[in-house]
Design a protein around this ligand. Structure first.
Ligand code: SF4
Length: 218
């Protein structure tokens, strides 16, 4: 079958595959298989995945990747990075995971889009985390399809950013998460302050730490 041939020949650059719980955002606690792709278009100063930033040649065929992911009993696949949308093979990876019965989540910085994702985007969970280094730019297609916005609360984030017109639909649907950078106490306090300011304007946002780090798991 042509698709099987494509799966064998198509390859993506994979940093690591591992089981854990989803430790961030609206799906926190979900048992998950993480597929960490290699390579990112941004350089956030506090990035906790520095080893996944460069575009390396550790290619894995999609067929081998799916075989590896299927060894897990968990049926929620999280494609993360690095930045997943730097990979032209992303639509085929998502399609293959869906065909194998996985629910699929993509964690993205929101700056990029790949043609071919439109037909899949409604059926998956896209978590967009806009970044200060990109002036919080989010691609229109990500704004259209994302199911949550997750903001890292650091020195750069403030209430004005969250009240931007392009983020308003997410605020109105309670789909905004504040995640204190590095689970640091001062950023928790700042997150709670922002949460209160937004509540005074009629919006409810969640403050959620990186739960996997609190539990000491990957
Ligand atoms: S977008 Fe994500 S992976 Fe890329 S540098 Fe920023 S935190 Fe790291």
């Amino acid at each position: 079958m042509l698709r099987d041939k494509v799966r064998t020949e198509r390859a993506v650059s994979v940093n690591e595959i591992y089981e854990t719980i989803q430790g961030e955002g609206l799906l926190v606690g979900t048992p998950s298989v993480f597929i960490r792709l290699q390579g990112c278009n941004l350089r956030c100063p506090w990035c906790d995945q520095p080893e996944a930033l460069e575009f390396k040649e550790n290619l894995m065929s999609l067929e081998d990747l799916i075989r590896s992911v299927k060894k897990s009993p968990f049926r929620h696949a999280v494609i993360t990075g690095g930045e997943p949308f730097t990979h032209s093979g992303l639509p085929l990876l998502v399609e293959s995971l869906l065909e194998e019965g996985f629910s699929v989540q993509i964690e993205t910085n929101g700056t990029l889009w790949i043609s071919g994702m439109e037909r899949l985007a409604e059926t998956i969970h896209i978590t967009c985390s806009p970044k200060a280094v990109a002036k919080f730019f989010v691609h229109p297609q990500i704004l259209k399809f994302a199911k949550e916005l997750k903001f890292v609360v650091d020195d750069e984030l403030n209430t004005e950013v969250l009240l931007r017109k392009d983020f308003e639909p997410f605020l109105k649907k309670d789909l905004v998460v504040l995640q204190p950078e590095g689970n640091k106490e001062r950023f928790f306090r700042k997150a709670l302050d922002i949460q209160r300011e937004l509540a005074l304007k009629g919006f409810s946002v969640r403050v959620i730490p990186q739960v996997h780090k609190l539990l000491g798991i990957p």
